[in-house]
Design a protein around this ligand. Structure first.
Ligand code: BG6
Ligand code: MG
Length: 228
C-alpha cells in the first residue's frame, strides 16, 4: 500500500498565525466611520483574506459611495495607515496560541514552510513577531494582485517551496482562503469556525492542539490499496 503524504505547509497570516485580523477590521471600520457609515464584524467576514484594493471596493459598495481611482488609492492608503498605527507595537505576544510551536515542530521534522497571505504588510508583521526565519518562502500581497478565492498566492508559495499543491496543506481562517486552496488543488485545514470553514478537509478551532502528529494523522492517506 502506497501512502500519499504532505510535504509542506502554507500558512495564511492574519487570523492564523498572528492576531491581526481584528486590526484589519478595526481599520476598515474607522475608514467607514470617517466616510459616514458603520461597518460591523459580520460584514467584515467577507473581507477576510481579501486584498486591500478589493476590500475597499466592497466597503464602498456597502456604503453606497463612489470615488475616482485616485481617491480610492488615497482611501486605501488611509486604511493602511490606520492599520499600521494599530500594529506599531506588535511583538511575539501577538502570535496566536500554538502557531509558533507548530512552525518549529514542522521545521524540525523537515517539512517545508511557506506563507500564503494577501497582505502587503506580511513581512514586517513576521519580522516584528520574530518568526520570519522560520519560513522557507514568502508569498504575499506583493507577489500577486489576484485576491483569494483565486489560488494564485498559494500556487506561488507552492512553487517557492518546490512542491505540488497536493503535497501542501493550506492553513486558513478565511472562507475565501479555503475556497482558494480547494480551487488550487491543495489540502486544506480550516482554522476557526467549523460552519464557516466547513468546505475544508478538516477544521480546528485554533492551532493550540495541532502538532506534526495531528497533521500526519489527518493528511497521510493511502492512494492505492492492493487486495492480496
Ligand atoms: C489579508 C487580511 O491577510 O490581507 C485582509 O485577511 C486584508 O483583511 C488583506 O485586507 C490585505 O492586507 P494589507 O496589509 O495588504 O492591507
Ligand atoms: Mg486570514
Amino acid at each position: 500500500m502506497e501512502v500519499n503524504t504532505f510535504k509542506g505547509c502554507i500558512f495564511d497570516l492574519d487570523g492564523v498565525i498572528v492576531d491581526t485580523a481584528h486590526f484589519h477590521y478595526l481599520a476598515w471600520k474607522k475608514l467607514a466611520n470617517q466616510l459616514g457609515f458603520d461597518f460591523n464584524e459580520l460584514q467584515n467576514e467577507a473581507l477576510k483574506g481579501v486584498s486591500r484594493k478589493e476590500s475597499l471596493e466592497y466597503l464602498l459598495h456597502l456604503g453606497g459611495l463612489h470615488f475616482s481611482e485616485v481617491e480610492k488609492l488615497e482611501l486605501a492608503e488611509s486604511k493602511n495607515s490606520h492599520y499600521i498605527d494599530m500594529i506599531s507595537n506588535l511583538d511575539e505576544s501577538a502570535l496566536l496560541p500554538g502557531a509558533k510551536k507548530l512552525l518549529l515542530e514542522l521545521k524540525d521534522a523537515g517539512y517545508k514552510i511557506a506563507l500564503g497571505s494577501a497582505s502587503k504588510n506580511a513581512r514586517p508583521v513576521l519580522e516584528s513577531t520574530g518568526i520570519l526565519p522560520l519560513f522557507d518562502f514568502i508569498a504575499d500581497g506583493n507577489s500577486t494582485s489576484k485576491s483569494k478565492p483565486d489560488p494564485a498566492v498559494f500556487l506561488i508559495a507552492a512553487t517557492g517551496i518546490q512542491l505540488l499543491p497536493c503535497e501542501c496543506i493550506v492553513l486558513e481562517d478565511a472562507q475565501k482562503g479555503i475556497e482558494a486552496a480547494i480551487k488550487g488543488g491543495f489540502l486544506s485545514l480550516g482554522v476557526g469556525d467549523e460552519i464557516a470553514l466547513g468546505q475544508a478537509d478538516h477544521v480546528v478551532p485554533n492551532l493550540e492542539n495541532v502538532n506534526v502528529n495531528t497533521l500526519q494523522h489527518l493528511y497521510n492517506f493511502p492512494i492505492h490499496s492492493t487486495i492480496s
